[in-house]
Design a protein around this ligand. Structure first.
Ligand code: ARG
Length: 455
């Protein structure tokens, strides 16, 4: 491609470090789309002739057929996807192929291809996230009234419903989808026509290629267009945050599935056994979802590090942008798919969860709140009285609701029989009617809201 100035072929090591076709052949569809849009624009602006343009478009069709048919010769000697396509085009149609690269550089070409790929990846992520949200919604609806312990510090805190717990993830994944959608909006500008870095002396129409490729507008600065990869970083940041959320849910599934918790199980087809311990049923898929967050966040760190400190405009460092992005989105696709399957198939042990919901003095706050409401105690004093009640119950080896009224009256003489109404986990949940609270009505209201949002 640049033989004119060079008198020797690249050294083997030069080719070895430079070659990227093994990675960027994944951009073939975007590369062909970009070339077609560019070619049509060159024809429309009479920068190339109709017959030449038509020959190029036909050649690109043949290349597409070869690639989808698995017979396209991807060759290391042509370095990357752009030059592989151009070299093949030259073999197929001869002289007109050399006109396709008019008013274009690989710099704006790769920036365009990669933006198109990342844009699709963000769209796929949103779709998958919504699928996961729907799976969570269905389960939350089933379990809107089923009790489980809510935790802080992984210590029993207050009773919640399983539906409420699952809906917390619906919120998180909703924000994740929003981040991908925001990133998409910002990245949807056309780099094509920035050429090498300074723009083009040909009368190109960048609005035309923008429209053909589904971009909102051309990028306004040619240097910026070829040299930033913030769109990829933003998508990796969105992916990293999503992966963090997935990893938390995965961790909960792992914990719930331990015999010690026994809160849930997964069917055989979503677990694995042990080759030595016959009793084992391992939540490998959840563990791997948890682990994928490491690779995804690693990709964000890798690309941020590649990009920092690069002078404008293009540097070859930027060829290293693709592996982390491909790796992160491959991992994310798997993780979202596996999590959706697990959420749909999860078999909660609602009895065990409900029993645990009432254990660990989980309604202590309800007792304190009752003392505030009914006896007008300052909350700090109510907290103290309740602490004494917990201590007494602990000493007797019983729950708060099992303390007799006489025992309670020793702690505060104003306490009446009515207090028992707030000491059950059911009553505790039912009373939390504040907006966004765990009362089943509130949970059902949020489920209905999300259902219409996702419909
Ligand atoms: N394969 C290159 C990349 O991915 C394409 C751009 C090459 N540009 C250049 N000036 N060498 O970044």
């Amino acid at each position: 491609m640049w033989g004119g100035r060079f008198s020797s072929r690249p050294a083997d090591i030069m080719q070895a470090i430079n070659v990227s076709i093994g990675v960027d052949q994944r951009l073939w569809a975007q590369d062909l789309a970009g070339s077609r849009a560019h070619c049509r624009m060159l024809m429309a602006k009479a920068i190339i002739t109709e017959p030449d343009g038509q020959a190029i478009l036909n050649g690109l069709d043949t290349i597409e057929a070869e690639i989808t048919g698995g017979i396209f010769p991807f060759r290391d000697q042509y370095e990357d996807i752009h030059m592989n396509v151009e070299a093949r085009l030259s073999e197929l149609i001869g002289e007109p192929s050399g006109r396709l690269h008019t008013a274009r550089s690989r710099n704006d070409q790769v920036a365009t291809d990669f933006r198109l790929w990342v844009r699709d990846a963000c769209d796929r992520a949103v779709e998958q996230l919504q699928g996961l949200q729907k799976a969570l919604l269905a389960r939350a609806e089933q379990h809107a009234g089923d009790l489980m312990p809510g935790f802080t510090h992984l210590q029993t805190a207050q009773p919640v419903t399983l539906g409420h717990h699952l809906m917390a993830y619906v919120e998180m994944f909703g924000r994740d989808a929003g981040r991908f959608a925001d990133a998409r909006t910002r990245m949807n500008e056309n780099p094509l026509g920035a050429a090498a870095l300074a723009g083009s002396p040909f009368p190109i129409d960048r609005h035309m290629t923008a429209q053909a490729l589904g971009f909102d507008r051309p990028m306004a600065n040619s240097l910026d267009a070829v040299s930033d990869r913030d769109f990829a970083l933003e998508s990796l940041a969105a992916a990293s945050i999503t992966a963090g959320h997935l990893s938390r849910l995965a961790e909960e599934i792992v914990v719930w599935m331990t015999p010690m918790f026994g809160f849930a199980s997964l069917p055989d087809d979503l677990t694995t056994g042990s080759s030595i311990m016959p009793q084992k049923r391992n939540p490998d898929a959840a563990e791997l979802v948890r682990a994928k967050s490491g690779r995804i966040l690693g990709s964000l760190v890798a690309l941020s590090t590649v990009m920092k400190g690069l002078p404008l405009a293009y540097s070859k460092d930027m060829q290293e942008d693709k592996p982390p992005v491909f790796e992160a989105f491959d991992a994310l696709t798997l993780a979202l798919g596996a999590m959706t399957a697990m959420v749909s198939a999860l078999q909660p042990n609602t009895e065990k969860m409900a029993a645990a919901a009432g254990a660990g003095f989980s309604t202590a706050t309800d007792l304190a709140d009752w003392l505030v409401r009914e006896l007008n105690l300052p909350f700090r004093q109510a907290h103290h009285v309740t602490g004494a009640a917990v201590k007494r119950a602990e000493a007797l080896g019983v729950g708060l609701a099992d303390l007799s009224l006489d025992e309670l009256k020793i702690l505060h003489p104003g306490i009446t029989e009515a207090v028992y109404e707030v000491l059950s986990p059911e009553a505790s949940c039912a009373s939390r009617q504040s907006y966004g609270g765990t009362a089943p009505e509130q949970v059902r209201a949020q489920i209905a809201e999300w259902k219409s949002r996702l419909a």
